[in-house]
Design a protein around this ligand. Structure first.
Ligand SMILES: Cc1cc2nc3c(=O)[nH]c(=O)nc-3n(C[C@H](O)[C@H](O)[C@H](O)COP(=O)(O)OP(=O)(O)OC[C@H]3O[C@@H](n4cnc5c(N)ncnc54)[C@H](O)[C@@H]3O)c2cc1C
Length: 385
């Protein structure tokens, strides 16, 4: 080892030792070693000024958190971006509300229309004979599936409303004078008013008898998976069932089964189209009930109460939707004997919690009805604010 290197190492060692000595003397002088806690917890026991500073910082942090929470309390939270929810959003905007949020559990708005309306379907304004005079800012005349979806796209864009998609709200609780909404993704939101517009078609009605599990892909609740040339049974006697049957019979071997002989609930246009379809391609099985369905070599065999049976490629039940009871119960909303929410002017048994759209009626309502209810509800919220 050469001499220069030895001298450098000696010098560095002395320097380090000197620093250590200075630090030790400073510690002794300032009483840093006086008690064990002060020695080990260092900064906590700095002078009173440092402590005051730390307390100030903590208080500031808490105030900022509280402000952030207050900012996140929406004036209105709307659950469900179907016609009712979209209508409520547009009316809220027009009424001057800007601090509202629209939740939709699907990745796109209007999932009932997208999923249950056949492509090109005619959309009646006065659906099921419900004659509606529009009250609010959203109106339409008889149109098509594609055009009504286009209208909602345009209105959302024009009014700069971006629904919070893929957010499935599972319950609404009233806590400390504010509503707390929880989603299935474990997100939490707060609002002063809540509008429930979740429709009924998230839970389509199913028959009382059991469907064999092997047939779950062949027994359906909409016609999206029907292909040309198949032999199909449509079950139901309302407008939806009749419309499905009329349009499908053009490209499939279609039978319409209804437990009654007459179609009393359908509108005039459907009644006329049904007569024409029955006179040509549409087969019917009317006035008979299905008793059960069996698996026949992978296809559904349908047994009727007149003793007959027939095998189909697919069976489609178009028998309406069920009230989402679990959701309503979790929200603690009072229900009537038919399990429908009890409301007065769309306000539920819980003040400032409103319910609009299909979920309010046993057999479903209509797009125009939902839009009018949205208008009335926002007007009520506005009048209270
Ligand atoms: C086959 C068929 C044909 C029809 N034809 C016509 C017609 O021609 N004319 C007409 O006026 N009406 C028609 N209707 C009825 C019409 O579609 C309904 O009356 C209307 O869609 C009701 O609107 P809504 O907003 O109450 O509910 P929906 O349209 O059902 O919308 C509810 C929305 O809420 C979302 N949602 C549900 N649960 C949650 C949750 N927990 N969190 C977040 N989002 C949620 C759903 O995904 C959905 O997008 C038809 C219905 C069917 C099934």
């Amino acid at each position: 080892m050469n001499t220069t290197l030895l001298i450098t190492m000696l010098f560095v060692s002395i320097l380090i030792g000197l620093f250590g000595l200075i630090a030790f003397l400073w510690g002794l002088k300032t009483g840093q070693f006086d008690d064990e806690k002060k020695f080990t917890h260092g900064v906590l026991f700095d002078g009173p000024e440092a402590l005051k500073e730390a307390i100030k910082k903590q208080e500031k942090k808490q105030i900022l958190e509280r402000i952030k929470q207050m900012e996140n309390i929406y004036d209105i939270a709307i659950i469900g971006a179907g016609p009712g929810g979209i209508g409520a959003g547009i009316e809220a905007k027009k009424a001057g509300f800007s601090n509202f949020i629209l939740f939709e559990k699907s990745p796109e708005h209007s999932s009932t229309i997208r999923k249950f309306y056949k492509d090109g379907k005619r959309v009646d304004k006065d659906y099921k004979g419900q004659i509606v005079d529009f009250k609010g800012n959203v109106t339409f005349t008889d149109t098509s599936k594609e055009d009504i979806l286009g209208l909602f796209d345009k209105l959302l864009e024009e009014n700069q409303i971006s629904p919070k998609y893929s957010t499935d709200i599972e319950k609404v609780e009233f806590q400390n004078n504010i509503f707390k909404l929880s989603s299935t993704n474990n997100e939490v939101f707060h609002a002063r008013n809540v509008i429930i517009a979740i429709g009924k078609m998230g839970q389509p009605n199913k028959p009382d008898y059991k469907i064999p599990p092997t047939l779950l892909k062949k027994v359906l609740y909409n016609v999206n998976q029907i292909t040309a040339g198949e032999k199909v049974l449509i079950v139901g006697g309302g407008n939806s069932a009749v419309e499905y049957a009329i349009s499908l019979c053009e490209e499939t071997d279609t039978t319409l089964n209804y437990r009654r002989k007459e179609f009393a609930r359908i509108n005039e246009v459907n009644a006329k189209n049904l007569q024409e379809a029955m006179a040509t391609k549409l087969k019917t099985k009317l006035g008979v009930n299905i008793t059960h369905i069996q698996d026949n070599n992978g296809n559904p065999e349908v047994f009727y109460d007149d003793g007959s049976s027939e095998v189909f490629d697919k069976v489609v039940y178009a028998i309406g939707g069920a009230v989402p009871l679990d959701f309503l119960k979790k929200c603690n909303i009072q229900l009537d004997e038919a399990n429908l929410p009890i409301t007065k002017d769309f306000e539920s048994s819980i003040p400032n919690l409103y319910v609009i759209g299909d979920i309010l009626s046993k057999n479903g309502a209509s797009i125009a009805t939902a839009l009018n209810q949205a208008f009335d509800t926002i007007a009520r919220i506005k009048s209270k604010s």
